[in-house]
Design a protein around this ligand. Structure first.
Ligand code: BG6
Length: 494
């Protein structure tokens, strides 16, 4: 079947504030938990820098997948000999006009970005919002609309005002729900007339650690209690958003790698079902509006004794269901009976090639995941992150010939088109992760690049920060221009 996607299909890119904006102490912005995360690499995990009352420095690991405990009396501290990538990121804060123009040059009709909570409420609890922060996003949105780019706004991308983390132990407290709602209300008031698509949380199924949730003991009981509060917060935001902005569409974003059983042994296949439910837990509850019976088994496995709920929480979940399901897809993994429950994501798929960061490349897995979600929830879906983190070496003229990225994207976009055109999946759009190179979330590196546009900066923030389109930029422009027809075999492929 020829690849030709509907005229209203949304094509674009996706970013997150603390990986992209920089300007961490400008415009009245308050501190985020992420501001205390150092850089790292595949071998050396990123860490927070903190201090104890006796002056001792501690460096808890900050990986958002791993649950590392943070002592109750630890306070964040900046150390002079550490590099903190969020402080400068790649400076979208000062270069948004140039960056948006570059993205418009590829024909994007959507751009997903996240609003930095502490630009709007520096500690999360001020009575009035910070006007300078609102003005920044106002300008960003106006600039996008000038080029016909639809905003897709992530309200909370794995982040929390540091003040809320310290004061309340983050999302383990219901107080944070009120702070989040106050923040949402301001965004809906200011931007609701111009923004239709909203995501309440990013990768809510993956975030565990202190960085994104502010929970110091993110295992079992506290983690699932925090997640319940995030479910309620999301449902309240959806309800409020629908009331304040008729026609608005809400999603939340899930990390959805493909997951295969390691073999056809019944035990492995059943284990896969159970491991997958660790993700369905989030999508089912928010997408269908209620906790399913299997959640009891999940709580038991994670040592959860009791989730405290208010009497109307269950009603709220129902009333604040999502309109669409959005997700990130990068890779596939395998899992087998006996794998520990903290490793629900599985291990790299041995049948596939991997990126330099060990992520298995699996386009068909994307088609499978799209079908799995759509069959299950039967609401439109939206691919809001996909892409290949790779090492790009500019040639002597400063150009990057990233044929490997074109191949990755072509194969994934073909798989996506198959799911839409052959399987009948209702997919609203596709936003490629990091259209302009930005800081890696998992490792804090700059050299793990996703972009169509090269940024001259190294892992320690050195470089001109100049932007240069890569070969993939011109290729993707053609794909968008032809509404996917450029994916057909009759066009040149690298
Ligand atoms: C998703 C996140 O997990 O994957 C992004 O929503 C992140 O914030 C992206 O950057 C890619 O991961 P990484 O670790 O390669 O940056």
């Amino acid at each position: 079947m020829p690849y030709q996607l509907p005229a209203n299909f949304l094509w674009g890119g996706a970013t997150a504030d603390f990986q992209f904006e920089g300007g961490f102490n400008e415009g009245g912005r308050g501190l985020l938990s992420h501001d205390f995360e150092t850089d790292g690499s595949l071998k050396i995990p990123r860490h927070h820098t903190m201090t104890l009352p006796n002056g001792e420095i501690i460096k808890p690991k900050s990986s958002f997948f791993l649950a590392e405990k943070v002592p109750e009396n630890a306070q964040p501290i900046f150390l002079e000999d550490e590099y903190y990538p969020s402080h400068k990121a790649v400076d979208f804060y000062h270069r948004y006009k140039e960056d948006i123009a570059l993205m418009a040059g590829m024909g994007f009709n959507v751009f997903r970005f996240s609003i930095c909570w502490t630009r709007i409420f520096p500690t999360g609890e001020e009575e009035k919002p910070n006007e300078e922060g609102l003005a920044f996003y106002d300008n960003v949105i106006s600039e996008m609309l000038k080029y016909g780019m639809e905003p897709l706004i992530t309200i909370c991308h794995d982040e929390l005002p540091m003040a809320l983390a310290l004061k309340y132990d983050g999302w383990s407290s219901r107080h944070v729900i009120n702070a989040y709602l106050k923040y949402c209300k301001v965004l809906f008031e200011r931007f609701g007339d111009r923004c239709r698509y909203w995501l309440t949380f990013n990768e809510i199924n993956a975030v565990r650690g202190f960085g994104p949730t502010g929970v110091r003991n993110p295992d079992g009981q506290d983690r699932y209690q925090a997640v319940h509060h995030m479910f309620v917060a999301s449902a309240k935001a959806v309800k409020l958003g629908h009331e304040m902005m008729p026609g608005s569409q809400f999603g939340a974003m899930y990390a959805m790698s493909e997951l295969y059983p390691a073999s056809s042994k019944p035990e492995d296949v059943f284990h896969r079902l159970q491991a997958r439910r660790e993700n369905w837990y989030f999508i089912d509850t928010m997408g269908r509006g209620y906790y399913h019976p299997y959640v009891k088994e999940i709580w038991r496995k994670h040592g959860v004794k009791n989730i405290k709920m208010d009497s109307d929480d269950q009603i709220l979940l129902k009333e604040g269901q999502l309109d669409f399901i959005s997700f990130s897809y990068y890779r596939s993994n395998v899992t087998q009976a006996g794998d520990p429950w903290f490793n629900v994501g599985g291990s790299p798929n041995p049948n596939l090639e991997t990126t330099p960061w060990g992520w298995s490349v699996d386009p068909l897995g994307l088609r499978h995941v799209m079908n799995e979600i759509y069959d299950r929830i039967q609401k439109p879906i939206f691919i809001v992150e996909n892409g290949m983190g790779a090492i790009d070496e500019p040639d002597q003229n400063g150009n990057v010939q990233d044929d490997y990225r074109i191949k990755y994207l072509r194969d994934h976009l073909r798989a996506m088109a198959d799911a839409i055109l052959i399987d009948g999946v209702d997919c609203l759009g596709y936003t490629m992760w990091g259209p302009i190179d930005l800081v890696s979330l998992s490792t804090g590196e700059m050299k793990k690049r996703y972009g169509f546009i090269y940024v001259d900066m190294d892992d320690k923030g050195k470089g001109s920060l100049d932007r240069t389109p890569k070969k993939s930029y011109y290729w993707m422009k053609k794909v968008i221009e032809t509404k996917g027809a450029y994916l057909n075999d009759d066009y040149p492929t690298p």
